[in-house]
Design a protein around this ligand. Structure first.
Ligand SMILES: *Cc1c(COP(=O)(O)O)cnc(C)c1O
Ligand SMILES: [Zn+2]
Length: 413
């Protein structure tokens, strides 16, 4: 395993030893989501990017030497990661940029990028002989934990808002998880889950609270860099709710930059829904993560609905350190982005994921993205996750009687 140097709090910069602490910074409380730091000098001496070229592993475990898991310990068998990265010239042309790619993490086993985090958390739980894992979720993190845990027979207890999309809830139940449908928002479900975990001793995967979710999610950046021949895009667009994915994307590029495997960090643009834009406002008004107040989040994109983004400190830092930005998009634009992205690229995305397309358009319009930039849109979740919103985004099909005449008439032939 990559030798872990320390856990560091991005708010107060205090460092902790891995064994001393399970979740957030004791000095800062829940805003102090801890970051895993490695001995980069030691890693640099042992590894180089050519080692990967011969790797037979076509999954996130390809990067195992850069992950906090021992070399000989078992990892869950589901094939998470190494998702496709598509060159999408029609999208580039439509946006008016030099080159555009889509990284399709909706192609993961449970249909979202969250699989990366859950695979790593379950791998660590296996190492420690943990029997019960738990998380709060708007749906995808729960599905990821349920699926990955099912692959190794681990017990899972989940807290999700009762109003989560049907397909997501069905997925959890199919995997055999114990599902608590909380008649409240994600934010309330999160606090409930935290309390349950602390009182019952279940291992908590809650986003932001568990320092290892980011370590799993960072593998998406390793893949982007490797799939593009170690020449990273100028801009990477990421939809943002809690801010854990954008923190993971940042951490992946940060690790590679520290190792000297890439020679620049991409600008990270976080895309938020207008009705769930706490990080956008904090960024715009130059506010500190510690001073952010909860808002009442409302958006059709359930996966990015977060009143008080749990990984706010790291998300703000990811954008500020890379000279990136936050943009907001309306629910209407998010729904419209579902067919627009699908038709330009062949990638069918759920609302939160399609939001990056609307965000890219907004960023081009406001000059945050320039004509000679290369841009990557991170697809975070599969379109089948939320069939109702997909249906809302398109006109119905043509109902016909099974005759040639009826077809000709319907098609105006
Ligand atoms: C979780 C999720 C996001 C947002 O990730 P955060 O870490 O909450 O910012 C975006 N899109 C999809 C599909 C997700 O499941
Ligand atoms: Zn702290």
């Amino acid at each position: 395993m990559a030798e872990i140097l320390e856990l560091r709090c991005p708010v107060c910069d205090r460092v902790y030893q891995l064994n001393d602490i399970a979740y957030t910074c004791p000095a800062c409380g829940e805003v102090g989501t801890l970051e895993v730091l490695y001995d980069y000098a030691a890693l640099k001496a042992q590894l180089n990017r050519d080692t990967l070229r011969n790797s037979q592993q076509i999954s996130m475990w390809r990067y195992r030497d850069l992950l906090p898991v021992a070399p000989d310990s078992a990892v869950p068998p589901l094939r998470v990661g190494f998702t496709p990265l598509y060159d999408t010239p029609r999208l580039a042309q439509m946006l008016g940029v030099r080159q555009a790619w889509v990284k399709d993490d909706g192609a993961n086993p449970t249909g979202s990028l969250k699989d990366r985090a859950s695979a790593l958390v379950v791998a660590r739980a296996l190492e420690q002989g943990i029997e019960v894992v738990s998380t709060a979720s708007t749906g995808n993190a729960a599905a990821a934990l349920a699926g990955v845990a099912a692959s190794v027979g681990m017990k899972v207890i989940l807290c999700v808002p009762a109003a989560a999309p049907e397909a997501k809830i069905a997925q959890l139940l199919v995997y055999g998880a114990t599902v608590l449908l909380v008649e409240e928002s994600y934010d309330v479900a999160f606090d409930l889950c935290t309390q349950m975990c602390l009182s019952e001793g279940w291992y908590c995967r809650n986003t932001g609270m568990n320092p290892f979710t980011v370590e799993g999610k960072k593998t998406v950046s390793f893949e982007i860099a490797e799939q593009l021949g170690w020449k990273v895009p100028d801009v990477v667009l990421v939809s943002v709710g809690d801010g854990n994915i954008i923190a993971g994307v940042y951490k992946g590029f940060y690790d590679l930059y520290q190792l000297g495997w890439i020679d620049q960090m991409p600008r990270l643009i976080g895309v938020q829904a207008e009705g769930s834009a706490a990080l956008y406002h904090a960024w715009k008004h130059d506010r500190r993560a510690e001073d952010m107040q909860p808002i009442d989040a409302q958006t059709v994109a359930d996966s990015i609905s977060a009143g008080l983004p749990r990984d706010r400190a790291k998300a703000l830092r990811a954008v500020r350190q890379t000279q990136g930005a936050f943009v907001t998009v309306s629910d209407r634009d998010i729904i419209g982005a579902i067919p627009a992205l699908a038709r330009l690229t062949g990638v069918f995305a759920e609302p939160a994921s399609a939001a990056v397309f609307a965000g890219a358009q907004a960023a081009v319009q406001s000059g945050l993205i320039q004509r000679d930039d290369t841009v990557l849109l991170l697809g975070t979740g599969n379109g089948l996750k939320d069939v109702r919103r997909a249906q809302e985004s398109v006109a119905g099909g043509l109902r016909v009687a099974p005759t040639l005449d009826a077809v000709r008439q319907a098609l105006h032939l």
